[in-house]
Design a protein around this ligand. Structure first.
Ligand code: NAG
Ligand code: NAG
Ligand code: NAG
Length: 361
């Protein structure tokens, strides 16, 4: 229970406990209460199933100007099937609040929301921009940020695949497991921060061909290493990030999210269809558990968040995203089973973000 307490925001957890006790004693059950915030507070938003919903998608990708990578816009890339656009996430114990773009912008007035991490962060930022643009189409856009001028709301992005710094030194580029200062310089300008870092840790090579995430060495304490166990490296980096959050974030003015481990669908064996990949998949997996089980690094994230003194909300999207083998660009973006079509699954990540922010305010 202790670690769970730290995973939600302090006050959210407090409500959860109070309401759960209240509902348990009054009605002899803890699920299914209908009155607004109460059911949300006691509901595990991340356990549920995907249901077909004719009213989806929540926006038309063709009219969203913020899809940064051609490959994310699957309709434009020629994907002919459209069922993948029509699934709504239904938590078992409650309804996910509807996304009201104008209300979101009003609540966030004057604030900057920043997505920090790899291209999955960009996927999520673009999705939120599209969701909001559908509600408020006539806005001005400035360079890298998406700004909703009338509401003074900025959606920003900080590219930091490993969260920790990569520093050019004489021997080459060094990935510094104990330093986040350089990347973090821009982070404090945000009011809401959503961090994500996993995919690059899980690669068998460090992506050498691509300049800005290239590293030649890893520095762990005083040791300079040619390579090391990437899972252990990730755990050390996350602890460095956690120390930064604990000493720099004032939870009264800033909200911090950690985006749970994003799954990929390269190996059909994970969902019981060995030999396949996401290519050609057009339906979600309808299951209460994922055959491939949790991703091992999820426990690292939980452990680090559980050890922190500042509240960080875990956007625990792994399971619900695992079910969406149909949500990737696949053959319409060079066999891409890592990123996500827009409209699509990232919209649900943002509905969950919205639900968490509603609870918070
Ligand atoms: C927009 O928000 C920022 C940060 O809260 C604030 O400094 C700025 O004055 C606001 N601008 C307008 C035009 O309201
Ligand atoms: C890397 O470390 C993790 C966690 O300590 C361990 O489970 C895993 O087996 C290690 N991997 C290799 C290739 O040694
Ligand atoms: C992590 O890497 C391993 C080994 O390459 C791979 O089998 C696994 O699917 C990857 N996990 C994710 C979630 O991408």
């Amino acid at each position: 229970m202790g670690s769970k307490a730290r995973m939600g925001f302090g006050s959210l957890f407090f409500h959860y406990v109070l309401l759960a006790l209240f509902v348990a004693s009054s009605y002899g059950e803890t699920a299914g209460s209908s009155s607004g915030g109460r059911s949300l507070a006691q509901c595990n938003l991340f356990q549920g199933s995907w249901v077909y919903d004719e009213s989806y998608p929540l926006y038309d990708s063709a009219s969203c100007p913020f899809i940064s990578k051609m490959g994310f816009d699957c309709l434009k890339s020629g994907r002919p099937d459209e069922n993948y656009l029509k699934y709504r996430w239904k938590p078992d114990g409650c309804e996910l609040p509807r996304f009201d773009g104008k209300d979101f912008l009003q609540r966030m007035r004057g604030k900057t929301i920043m997505f920090v991490g790899d291209s999955i962060s960009l996927n999520q930022r673009d999705s939120l921009a599209c969701l909001l643009h559908a509600a408020v189409p006539d806005i001005v856009v400035s360079s890298d940020d998406v700004k909703f001028e009338d509401y003074n709301v900025t959606l920003s992005r900080s590219l930091a695949q490993y969260l920790v710094d990569i520093v050019p030194e004489e021997i080459g580029n060094v990935l510094k497991l104990d330093s986040v200062q350089q990347n973090a310089q821009g982070w404090l300008r945000a009011d809401v921060l959503i961090f994500n870092s996993f995919l690059w840790w899980n690669r068998s090579n460090p992506g050498r061909p691509i300049l800005w995430h290239r590293w030649d060495y890893i520095q762990d304490g005083n040791q300079i290493l040619k390579d090391m166990n990437r899972t252990e490296a990730m755990a050390k980096a996350l602890n460095t990030w956690a120390r930064w959050v604990d000493s720099n974030i004032d939870p009264n003015t800033k909200k911090v999210f950690y985006f749970g481990i994003p799954p990929t669908h390269m190996h059909g064996a994970d969902w019981g269809e060995p030999g396949k990949s996401c290519v050609g998949e057009t339906e979600p997996l309808m299951a209460k558990t994922y055959p491939g089980g949790p991703i091992p690094q999820e426990s690292i994230v939980r452990g680090v968040l559980g050890s922190m003194s500042k509240p960080v909300y875990l956007l625990d999207i792994t399971f619900l995203t695992q079910l969406r083998k149909d949500g990737h660009p696949g053959q319409y973006n060079g066999g891409d089973c890592t990123h996500w079509c827009l409209a699509g699954v990232p919209d649900t990540w943002n509905l969950l973000l919205n639900a968490a922010l509603l609870e918070w305010s």
